[in-house]
Design a protein around this ligand. Structure first.
Ligand code: ZN
Length: 189
C-alpha cells in the first residue's frame, strides 16, 4: 500500500504564558537574591570577614560603637561597614597604581581616645563625641598624605572621591583646620 505523501505538520502554536503577579514576584525575589549573593561574594573578596552592615551602628553614640558593629580592614583598623568596603576598594586602586597599600594612621576612635587626644592637642582635634572618627567614617593617612602637594595627596585628591572618600573643605589647604591626612567617607553605595 502506498503511503500518502507526508504533509508538513505545523508546529503547535505556543500558548501565550502570561506569568501571574505571584510568579513575577517570585522571579523578582530570585533575581534580588542572586544580586545580593553576588554583592556579598564581591564584598567578601574585597574585605574578607566583614559581616557588619552600615546600620549596625544605629543606636550607638559617637565613639561607643562595639567592634562587632564595625568592619576591620586587613590592618585591623575599624570602620563602619560601607566605609570599610569603600576604603578597601580605594586601597586596591592605590595598590594597582603604585604597588603599595595606603598607609593608615588612625580610623575609628573611641570616645575615651577622643578625650585623651583632645586633651593632648586641643587645637588639632574635634570636641570629643563630635569627630567622624567616632562614627567609623574617617581615616588619618600617612605615607606621604601628611602633606599637601605630595604624590600621595595628589593621587588621593584625584581618585578617592570616586570611592566616596574626601578630604573635607575644612581640612584642605586654606580650610579652617588644614589636615591633608584626614579623609572622610561621604559616599554611600
Ligand atoms: Zn582625622
Amino acid at each position: 500500500m502506498e503511503r500518502p505523501p507526508e504533509t508538513p505538520v505545523a508546529p503547535p502554536t505556543p500558548v501565550e504564558m502570561t506569568p501571574s503577579a505571584e510568579e513575577l514576584a517570585a522571579i523578582a525575589e530570585r533575581e534580588a537574591e542572586a544580586e545580593r549573593a553576588a554583592r556579598a561574594a564581591e564584598r567578601e573578596a574585597l574585605l574578607p570577614g566583614c559581616d557588619a552592615s552600615p546600620e549596625d551602628i544605629d543606636g550607638y553614640a559617637n565613639g561607643r560603637i562595639p567592634q562587632s558593629a564595625l568592619c576591620a580592614l586587613p590592618s585591623g583598623d575599624l570602620l563602619r561597614a560601607d566605609a570599610a568596603y569603600a576604603f578597601a576598594a580605594l586601597n586596591a586602586a592605590y595598590r594597582e597604581a603604585t604597588g603599595n597599600d595606603l598607609c593608615i594612621g588612625n580610623t575609628y576612635r573611641s570616645y575615651s581616645q577622643q578625650v585623651a587626644l583632645h586633651a593632648e592637642k586641643p587645637s588639632m582635634t574635634a570636641e570629643p563625641g563630635t569627630s567622624n572618627h567616632g562614627w567609623g567614617t574617617a581615616v588619618d593617612l600617612c605615607g606621604g598624605a601628611e602633606r599637601f602637594g605630595t604624590a600621595t595627596y595628589r593621587w588621593l585628591s584625584a581618585n578617592a572621591p570616586d570611592y566616596g572618600w574626601v578630604n573635607p573643605d575644612w581640612a584642605q589647604a586654606g580650610g579652617s583646620r588644614p589636615e591633608p591626612w584626614h579623609w572622610e567617607f561621604e559616599g554611600s553605595e
